[in-house]
Each structure stands twice: as structure tokens, then as C-alpha cells.
Design a protein around this ligand. Structure first.
Ligand SMILES: NC(=O)C1=CN([C@@H]2O[C@H](COP(=O)(O)OP(=O)(O)OC[C@H]3O[C@@H](n4cnc5c(N)ncnc54)[C@H](O)[C@@H]3O)[C@@H](O)[C@H]2O)[C@@H](O)CC1
Ligand SMILES: [K+]
Length: 475
């Protein structure tokens, strides 16, 4: 699991670390790790070449000290001070004394495409988002040259805490210090960061109180495998969980069928299709093991394909009265302001639906997904999964948001949300807490889509077992 801290937290943890370390020790750890990473990527020192772009702050300092180490080891290093006259003085002296050659802007640009690697040490967590002027010229020239870029801490130009792809460097690798940053896991910014190496520089998160909690937890496949409920020799359909589905309608019967596909192929114990008669009939025809008689239900999936069902609020209240976990999706979400929810209830809006719930514009949600998902979770008291290119899960009053394993854009199609609801519903019925059910469900869908050619949602669901077998190994 990749933990992401905010700039505010990193600054606080750095302050705490400065107080108990020698001056310059943190920068030494950072630049040592950067130099090691550069050496690994260069492969060897003899005859290899490096262009260091150093900005005015400590990010430039890191780059310069690493450049000094490599120049000392025989790498041919050129160095450019991006803001003339404003450069980390000790780092600059060390780098040039170790043999690096100083070049001006035009010199730096003309070297791009001819050196083996470029070090982007222009701005780090102190950078204002969006490069302009010479910084932008350098970033564009570097990208055009095709020479691989190692960014120091983050690609200069990105906002460390944000998801936006501001004008910035595009890195092949980012060597980041103390903690991953939000821009390295949230799209579209993350795709400008390349491979992420997180370097431990000795920050003590527990020493800074609440600020020490990460803002994001980026889940990886192994984390999903560790949480996935695997049946044992003592399992029966009830211990594995019964999912009740009231989704779809006479107008949109497919939604209810797709929810059942998601639950069935994620391995649920039993599915009860308890919505419109048309949906139950269609579901039974597709999946013969589905039961259409009422009975015990351990988690509900409701709302998708309801359309403008006139009794939606009453039906939702009735289901909530049963006091088992409930996943509320799509058309069910419009009734959320009228009912009382708790963290075991899972809302699964996409950006447009979240905007409607919070009475803001979709653009506002897309601009600040984290802020809005927190707001929704706190306002409604429920767990929220925000679907989209990056899938976030927030729990009411908790600082840390979970981010599902990312997947390809193929799942952006009608019906994907319905099968996803089914997967999450099956995990809720198996007893996973709502946040884990949401993030594991979204990750399973993403991992499956990443491994398969484009498939319609019901066919993708049929491949869940292959993904699970790969994830779970011998478990
Ligand atoms: N303080 C330390 O000892 C450590 C800091 N670390 C490094 O230090 C970085 C943070 O250093 P700083 O706080 O000095 O910040 P930066 O090095 O990110 O840059 C800050 C400077 O750039 C200027 N600036 C920012 N955006 C600009 C823009 N778009 N155009 C023109 N000027 C701009 C600011 O006014 C400021 O002078 C981290 O990202 C990391 O690389 C690491 O070495 C770990 C230890
Ligand atoms: K940088």
C-alpha cells in the first residue's frame, strides 16, 4: 500500500526531523538516494552523461548534490541554474567543484537529446503549480527530446497535493522523499510522474499527531488479495453472504441483471433478485442460481436502473430498516438526502452524481475530488466510493481516503457501475467493512479490465475468477 501525505504533513514532519538531526542531514539522505537511482538508470559511470536542471530552492539542492556525487564518480555532468542568481549555494559549489560544467538556457536545451538522462530539480513541494517562461521551455524541450527525465520529489510544475496535469515536466522516474505525494497517484497528474521511488529520509509520522495520518492510501493488488474473503472448508452460502438486489426496472431491466453478474462472478454465496418482476425474470434466465423468493439478505444493492421510480424513497427506507449493509447506486442516490445513513452504507456515485448530491457543478467535483468526497461522507454519514478514472473511497470523519488499484479506461461504459455494485455488494454480504468492500470491488474490476481485451460488463464479470486466481494464488 502506497501511503500519501500532504505537503502540510511533510513540512511538519521535516520540521520535527530538523530538530533532531544535523543540519543538511535530510538533504544528504535525499540526494544520496537520488544519486543511487540515477546511477542505476545510467547503468554505469564511464562515458555516461547527465544534464542537471536546478531551481532556486532545496529541490535544486537535492539535484545539485546528486550531480556532484555522479560527477565525482566520472559521469559527465552539465548543470543549468534555472533562475539565474538563485540557486542552492552549497549544492552549486559542490557540483561545479566536482567537475560539472555550467550551461545557460540555450546550452541546456541543445544538450537535450544528446545526454543519457535529465534531472528535473526545478521545483519540488515549494513550487507554484504550472510552469511558465523558461521553466516551461525546458520542460517542453526535454519532453520533445525523448531523453528520459528523473524528477526530484515530483515533476516540476505539478501541484504536489493535486490531481491536475498542470504544465510540467514528464518524468520517466520520480524519486520522492519521505512519502508519496497525491499527484503521483491521482490522474491525470500521475501519468506525468513515471515510476515512483519513495525514499525513506527518516520522517517520524507518529511524532506530529493527527497530521501524521496519510491523506491517501493507494491500494496495490497484494492488499486486495490480503482482504479478499476466501471460503474455507466450513463455509456455506450464508457464511459467504447473501446479496439482495433491488436494481433495474421494467424500463431498465439490464441494470439488475448486471448487478447479479457482478455478485455471482465475484463469488457470492447467494443472490436474491427482489426488485421488479421483469428484472427477476431476466436475471433468472441469465443466471439460474439466482433466487427470486424473499428471505434472508446480508447486504443489499439498490438503485441502479430504477429510473424515476415513484416509490424509491419508501423502498430505500424499508431496506435501510433491515439494518444490514446497503449499497446505494445511481437513481437510488437521489433519495439519499431523505434518509438516515451510517458508515456501513455505501454510496457509489460517479462525479456527476456526487455533484448532484452536493449541489455543486461536476467541474467543481473534478477539480477537487478529495474535498468533495470527504464532504459527502461527512454530510451523509455514509461511506462513499467515487467512481471514475481514479476511484476514491472515503469513510465519514476519517482523514485518509483509500484509492483503488487503477485500471484502463475500457470500463468507462454503460453497465460497468452495475457490475461493480454487484461485486461490492457480495463483499459487503461476506462481512467486509464498507470501505474495504468498495476498494476491493473497484480494484478487482480494474485489474480484470487491465488483463483482458475490451469486454462488455457482463463478459468482464465472467473473467473475475481468472483475476482472483492470479491474486489469491494458493489461498
Ligand atoms: N528542506 C530539506 O532539508 C529537505 C527538502 N527536500 C527537498 O526540498 C524541496 C522543497 O524545497 P523548497 O521549500 O526550497 O521548495 P522548492 O525547491 O520546491 O522551490 C521553492 C522556490 O521556488 C520558487 N518558485 C516556486 N514555484 C515557482 C515558479 N513557478 N516560478 C518561479 N519560482 C518559483 C519559490 O518562490 C521558492 O523560492 C522538496 O521538494 C525536496 O526536493 C529534501 O531534500 C528533503 C529535505
Ligand atoms: K522536481
Amino acid at each position: 500500500m502506497l501511503l500519501v501525505h500532504s505537503v502540510e504533513s511533510i513540512r511538519a514532519a521535516e520540521e520535527e526531523a530538523f530538530a533532531r538531526t544535523e543540519a543538511g542531514e535530510l538533504m544528504e539522505r535525499a540526494s544520496d538516494a537520488l544519486a543511487t537511482s540515477l546511477l542505476r538508470d545510467l547503468g554505469h559511470t564511464d562515458g555516461t552523461t547527465l544534464l542537471v536542471l536546478a531551481g532556486p530552492g532545496n529541490n535544486g539542492g537535492d539535484a545539485l548534490w546528486a550531480g556532484a556525487r555522479l560527477a565525482g564518480r566520472g559521469v559527465r555532468v552539465w548543470v543549468h541554474a534555472v533562475v539565474p542568481g538563485r540557486v542552492h549555494p552549497a549544492g552549486w559549489a559542490a557540483c561545479t567543484e566536482a567537475g560539472a560544467t555550467s550551461v545557460d538556457l540555450e546550452g541546456a536545451i541543445s544538450l537535450m537529446g544528446r545526454v543519457d538522462r535529465i534531472v528535473d530539480g526545478v521545483f519540488g513541494i515549494g513550487g507554484h503549480p504550472g510552469l511558465t517562461g523558461e521553466g516551461l521551455r525546458l520542460a517542453e524541450a526535454a519532453e520533445r527530446s525523448g531523453t528520459p527525465v528523473t524528477s526530484v520529489d515530483l515533476p516540476s510544475g505539478l501541484a504536489a497535493d493535486g490531481a491536475a496535469a498542470h504544465p510540467s515536466f514528464r518524468a520517466e522516474r520520480t524519486v520522492t522523499f519521505g512519502s508519496a505525494k497525491a499527484c503521483q497517484v491521482l490522474q491525470p497528474a500521475a501519468e506525468r510522474c513515471g515510476e515512483i521511488d519513495v525514499v525513506d529520509i527518516g520522517l517520524h509520522w507518529e511524532a506530529i499527531g493527527e497530521l501524521g495520518a496519510p491523506i491517501l492510501r493507494q491500494w496495490e493488488a497484494a492488499d486486495v488479495a490480503a482482504r479478499w474473503p476466501v471460503p474455507t472448508c466450513r463455509s456455506d452460502k450464508y457464511s459467504r453472504g447473501v446479496v439482495g438486489v433491488d436494481a433495474g426496472s421494467a424500463t431498465y431491466p439490464g441494470a439488475g441483471v448486471l448487478v447479479a453478474y457482478g455478485a455471482a462472478y465475484a463469488g457470492t454465496g447467494m443472490i436474491r433478485s427482489l426488485g421488479a418482476a421483469e428484472v427477476a425474470r431476466a436475471t433468472l434466465a441469465a443466471i439460474p442460481s439466482v433466487v427470486t423468493a424473499p428471505g434472508r439478505v446480508q447486504a443489499w444493492v439498490v438503485g441502479s436502473g430504477w429510473g424515476d421510480r415513484h416509490d424509491g424513497a419508501i423502498r430505500l427506507a424499508e431496506i435501510l430498516d433491515q439494518e444490514v449493509p446497503v449499497l446505494i447506486d445511481a437513481d437510488g442516490l437521489r433519495h439519499v438526502p431523505d434518509v438516515t445513513l451510517s458508515p456501513e452504507h455505501l454510496l457509489t456515485p460517479h462525479a456527476g452524481e456526487l455533484a448532484r448530491l452536493l449541489q455543486v457543478s461536476r467541474a467543481e467535483v473534478e477539480e477537487d475530488p478529495l474535498g468533495h468526497i470527504h464532504r459527502a461522507a461527512d454530510l451523509f454519514g455514509a461511506t462513499v466510493l467515487l467512481k471514475g478514472a481514479t476511484q476514491y473511497v472515503a469513510t465519514p470523519w476519517e482523514r485518509t481516503v483509500d484509492v483503488a488499484v487503477p485500471g484502463p479506461g475500457w470500463t468507462a461504459q454503460a453497465g460497468s457501475g452495475d457490475t461493480l455494485s454487484g461485486v461490492c455488494g457480495s463483499l459487503l454480504a461476506a462481512g467486509l467493512p464498507a470501505a474495504e468492500a468498495a476498494v476491493c470491488g473497484a480494484s478487482l474490476q480494474a485489474l480484470t479490465a487491465a488483463a483482458e481485451p475490451p469486454l462488455p460488463p457482463h463478459a468482464l464479470a465472467q473473467r473475475f475468477g481468472v483475476t482472483l486466481r492470479g491474486l489469491l494464488g494458493d489461498r
